[in-house]
Design a binder for this molecule. Structure first.
Ligand code: NAD
Ligand code: HSO
Ligand code: ZN
Length: 426
């Protein structure tokens, strides 16, 4: 259950320990991930096949799923699940379509016009996790913004199951969205494959997607070869609750993120010690019915309850923690949103469970973890676009701005820069 602390009595180093998630140090996996990336670079497909045997219990040699295989798998998805996936697609599309914004042209000086245009990144690689749980929802969260942005070549890597296939729901997402380049590779080796390219898997310009520590550490190492979206590692949630919150709901939301993985972390911050205690009791009750209770239990060992005097203190704590998900289980949550500075995605009020954002409200669930919400946003259509700036200057414009450029060029000692303007004046 949650270890409960009083914020007033917490030392600075304890607060730092909580905020650092304790498990984010990658020293213990550094050598393994580097060896895997070297293996992919030197032995390509053969190395990927050996990883599929070693890590994912797939002893065959397939690295690619034919369209007919995807179609056959997709046909096994129940009608209920098909409908749910379609509803999620509709909402995710609706929300992400609004992000495709055409910017205005601005005349900065008379005769000088500047603007930006979007261009989709041509070749992108999506990583869909599939280690301890298969996540078709992540397929949707990455593929839909990529399609809206207009990316031309979209490849997907995901770990194979022991039959050398993917979960039917992943195949159904692929078929529904018209994405058929699905490669059987997981973990750090999948990231290496998309960064360096192998005979089977094309090199891409940018890699997207969440994953475990191996995936994220590999993403951090391949940035000399390719761009990456953001650090999106083990799931987390921080809830700020007042004395009117519902402990059953709080426990359920905490367990929802705890069941992702043993290295997940959940934090409940409340003005009420009664709520903290009742939530711990509710966790103990709900927890026993979970199929993934061992995983959730491990995550809870790494989790905290924090008693605060005022809700404002909770926001200061949360901004320092910078959670992937922030739930405001308080009365009138909108009146506090101005206090939020660092968070990946925010869930307002008692009827907005975090799972809604994981699956179907429309927002993206690929979000920064481990404090990275201080500097990163979650995946969006923007993540798949580059912005190119343009400028058009007419004769009047160069006459108006020319002297300014000449003086600045001279101040930097760059005579050729100055000449390129002087020649055009008058
Ligand atoms: N932040 C986000 O946006 C977000 C979204 C969804 C999921 N997640 C997180 O993604 C993670 C998914 O993790 P997962 O493990 O289930 O799937 P995963 O696909 O990320 O990792 C599975 C792969 O890890 C590799 N691996 C496992 N053990 C290894 C070892 N000992 N040495 C080297 N490689 C090894 C294997 O190649 C395996 O295929 C979870 O932590 C979940 O919380 C985060
Ligand atoms: N909560 C995860 C992001 O941290 C996303 C997810 C996928 N499926 C269920 N949840
Ligand atoms: Zn989740």
């Amino acid at each position: 259950m949650l270890k409960i602390y009083n914020l007033k009595e917490l030392s600075k180093s304890k607060i730092e320990e909580i905020s650092s998630r304790a498990l984010t140090d990658d020293k213990d996996i550094e050598v393994d991930v580097k060896v895997i990336l070297e293996g992919v670079k030197s032995d390509g497909d053969e190395y990927l096949k050996s990883c599929n045997k070693r890590f994912d219990n797939y002893n065959g040699d397939n690295l690619y799923l034919e369209l007919s295989t995807l179609q056959e798998l997709a046909s096994k998805v129940s009608e209920d699940l098909q409908l749910a996936i379609k509803t999620a697609i509709t909402n995710i599309k609706k929300f992400h379509q609004t992000q495709l914004i055409k910017e205005e042209r601005i005349e900065t000086t008379k005769g000088v016009v500047c603007w930006r245009e979007n261009r989709a990144i041509e070749k992108v690689g999506l990583y869909v996790p599939g280690g301890s749980a298969v996540l078709p929802s992540t397929f949707l969260m990455l593929a839909i913004p990529a399609l809206i942005a207009g990316c031309k070549d979209i490849v997907v890597c995901t770990p194979p199951n022991d039959k050398g296939l993917v979960n039917p729901a992943i195949a159904f997402c692929a078929i529904s969205l018209g994405i058929d380049k699905i490669y059987l590779a997981g973990g750090a080796q999948a990231i290496g494959a998309m960064a360096f390219g192998t005979p089977s898997i094309p090199k891409v310009y940018k890699i997207f997607g969440p994953g475990n520590r191996y995936v994220n550490f590999a993403k951090s190492l391949v940035q000399k070869w390719t761009a990456i979206d953001l650090p999106a590692g083990p799931s987390e949630v921080l809830i700020i609750a007042d004395e009117f919150a519902n402990p059953e709901f709080l426990a359920a939301d905490l367990l929802a993120q705890a069941e992702h993985g043993s290295d997940s972390q959940v934090v409940l911050v409340s003005t009420s010690s009664d709520i903290l205690d009742k939530t711990n009791r509710a966790i103990a009750e709900q927890f026993t019915n979970l199929p993934r209770k061992e995983i959730a239990l491990n995550a809870l060992k790494n989790s905290y309850g924090v008693l605060i005097d005022r809700l404002e203190d909770g926001f200061s704590f949360s901004n320092e923690y910078a959670p992937e998900h922030l739930i405001l289980a308080v009365n009138n949550p909108e009146s506090y949103t101005h206090l939020i500075i660092n968070a990946g995605s925010v869930f307002l009020g008692n009827y907005t469970p975090e799972s809604a954002g994981d699956y179907a409200s429309g927002t993206n669930h690929t979000l920064p973890t481990a404090g990275n919400a201080k500097a990163y946003s979650g995946v969006s259509v923007d993540s798949f676009l580059k912005k190119i700036t343009f400028q058009k200057i007419n004769k009047e414009g160069i006459n108006n701005l020319g002297n300014t450029i000449e003086i600045l060029a001279e101040a930097e000692g760059l005579q050729a820069h100055k000449n390129s303007v002087t020649l055009r004046l008058k």
